[in-house]
Write a protein that binds this ligand. Structure first.
Ligand SMILES: [Fe+2]
Length: 136
C-alpha cells in the first residue's frame, strides 16, 4: 500500500491502527463511550492526514489534485455519516453496547473498504509523482 512518500505512508499505517481500534471497541463494547473516543480520533486524524496529503500534492504539482481533494471531502462526509448512524443506533438501543455488537460487522467492513479503496485506487496513483525523486 506504499505510495513512496514517508509521511503519507506513515499516516496510512496510523489510520489502519485507528480503524483496528474502532473494531476492537465494537467487538468488546464494555464502555460505549470508547466508541465516541475511537471515532473522534479516527475522524480527527483522517482530516489532518487528508490536509497534509493535499499540501504535499500542491507542493509537488500533482495534476489530479482537484479530484483527489473532492474524494477526501466525500470520505470525511461518509465517515461522519457512519458515526451519526452509530450514535443514533446507540441512543435507540438499551443497553447501547448491544447496538455496537449488532453493527460491528457492518462498521468494520465499511471502514476497511473506506481506507483500502481510497489508498489502492486513488492514492497509489501518486506513486509516479515520487518515483525516482528525492522525497526528503
Ligand atoms: Fe488521499
Amino acid at each position: 500500500m506504499n505510495v513512496g512518500h514517508p509521511e503519507i505512508d506513515a499516516d496510512h499505517r496510523y489510520l489502519i491502527h485507528l480503524i483496528n481500534t474502532v473494531e476492537l471497541v465494537l467487538r468488546f463494547p464494555e464502555n460505549p463511550e470508547h466508541m465516541k473516543l475511537a471515532f473522534d480520533e479516527l475522524e480527527h486524524y483522517a482530516a489532518e492526514h487528508f490536509a497534509r496529503e493535499e499540501k504535499i500534492q500542491i507542493s509537488w504539482g500533482y495534476s489530479h489534485y482537484d479530484e483527489h481533494q473532492q474524494e477526501h471531502r466525500r470520505l470525511l462526509e461518509s465517515l461522519s455519516l457512519l458515526r451519526r448512524m452509530m450514535e443514533k443506533a446507540m441512543a435507540e438501543t438499551s443497553p447501547p453496547a448491544d447496538a455496537l455488537r449488532e453493527h460491528s460487522g457492518y462498521v468494520t467492513d465499511f471502514l476497511r473498504k473506506w481506507l483500502v479503496d481510497h489508498v489502492m485506487k486513488t492514492d497509489l496513483k501518486m506513486i509516479d509523482l515520487f518515483k525516482g525523486r528525492k522525497v526528503f
